[in-house]
Design a protein around this ligand. Structure first.
Ligand code: FAD
Length: 322
């Protein structure tokens, strides 16, 4: 059973900024996320895209924004509990106790829920069900990890094409297979990929995976055609994600459909539980990274007062120390 001043549930942009803010306020902080990497929707869905509406950055690549958020919080040494879904919320002596999927319990001064769309589940690649081995991934946190590999990307959306662009200069080979003729990805990205050596196969499906322990080949079959065996060691199943609130829906939070109702302090109906980012709901709510950042600052500063009623709500200026 661990203890922490602030537990942040969700390592998306709002959660990462909340981690910085908790540290800045002198609070110890743990960041819990069901995904194995920080960055929430950005990491899972658009790490290679340029974002143009984050204040102070005329344009920033999704991956770089996440890296900067992690770096901004790093001086305060947040404890990252990744690949660990927050399952249960209870109270002991008036303090929230967070139960994680692995069985760990965290007693917290306050909880900030920055769960975004909720728990993400990648849409499965049907043939992967019967394949016990490794080598199948659902998103690409670091393209350099796949340097020199033979990569098969499955899907026809933005993520599939963004990853094809990012991996093509690094991987030994990149093949993209899509089961339709047309792509959902932006036409400009499709054109960029088609101008590279990436092999794009349409109207085709992955019909079998080969390998003992780790994937060594993938059989693809073009509709009405014969199967072809490709030597691949990594399959990126870029088929999208489904999301739902998951266990958060059982915590007794006041909800409006899939969102948590908060007041202007970002307080929920539960004591010492605050929320920020896409998961919140209030009149006029706009779901953007920019609004999530402001809400995270408000949530943490109000949590600081909930933890220690003698603390000031206003944190002071970060520039004062320099
Ligand atoms: C393709 C695309 C492009 C976008 N472009 C822009 C843009 O240009 N500008 C912009 O402002 N916004 C953009 N957005 C929206 C933006 O990404 C979201 O507003 C932002 O990611 C919300 O951040 P968040 O931290 O609130 O939640 P999220 O990024 O959704 O992160 C929430 C995290 O919480 C985790 N989580 C949920 N439940 C649990 C649990 N029980 N236990 C542990 N972890 C949990 C999830 O795994 C996830 O990692 C875009 C979105 C998409 C899909």
């Amino acid at each position: 059973m661990g203890e922490v001043d602030v537990a942040v549930v969700g390592a998306g942009p709002a959660g990462l900024f909340a981690a910085y803010y908790a540290g800045f306020r002198g609070l110890s902080v743990a960041v819990v996320d069901a995904l194995p990497e920080p960055g929430g929707q950005i990491t899972a869905m658009y790490p290679e895209k340029l974002i143009h509406d984050v204040a102070g950055f005329p344009a920033v690549k999704g991956r770089d924004l996440v890296a900067n958020l992690v770096a901004q919080a790093a001086p305060y040494d947040p404890r990252y509990l990744l690949g660990a879904r927050a399952e249960k919320l209870s109270y002991a002596d008036g303090r929230p106790v967070l139960g994680l999927a692995g069985g760990e319990q965290l007693t917290c001064g306050a909880v900030i829920v920055t769960g975004g769309l909720g728990s993400f589940t990648p849409r499965p690649l049907p043939v992967a069900d019967q394949f016990a081995g490794g080598g199948i991934i659902y998103f690409v946190p670091q393209p350099t990890d796949l340097a020199g590999r033979d990569v098969l990307i499955v899907g026809g959306g933005d993520s599939a094409f963004d990853w094809a662009c990012a991996l093509q200069p690094l991987a030994r080979s990149v093949t993209l297979v899509h089961r339709r003729e047309r792509f959902r990805a932006h036409a400009a990205t499709v054109a960029r990929v088609l101008a590279t050596p990436v092999r794009v196969v349409v109207n085709a499906e992955v019909t079998r995976l080969h390998g003992d322990g780790v994937v060594t080949g993938a059989e693809i079959t073009v509709r009405g055609g014969a199967a072809e065996l490709l030597p691949v060691d990594t399959v990126v199943a870029a088929l999208g994600f489904t999301a739902d609130l998951g266990p958060l829906a059982e915590w007794g939070l006041r909800l409006d459909r899939r969102h948590i109702l908060v007041d202007s302090a970002m307080a929920t109906n539960l004591p010492r539980v605050f929320a920020a980012g896409d998961i919140t709901e209030y009149p006029g709510k706009v779901r953007l990274i920019a609004t999530g950042f402001g809400e995270a600052a408000t949530a943490v500063n109000n949590a600081a007062v909930a933890i220690d009623p003698s603390a000031h709500l206003f944190p002071g200026h970060s520039s004062d120390g320099t």
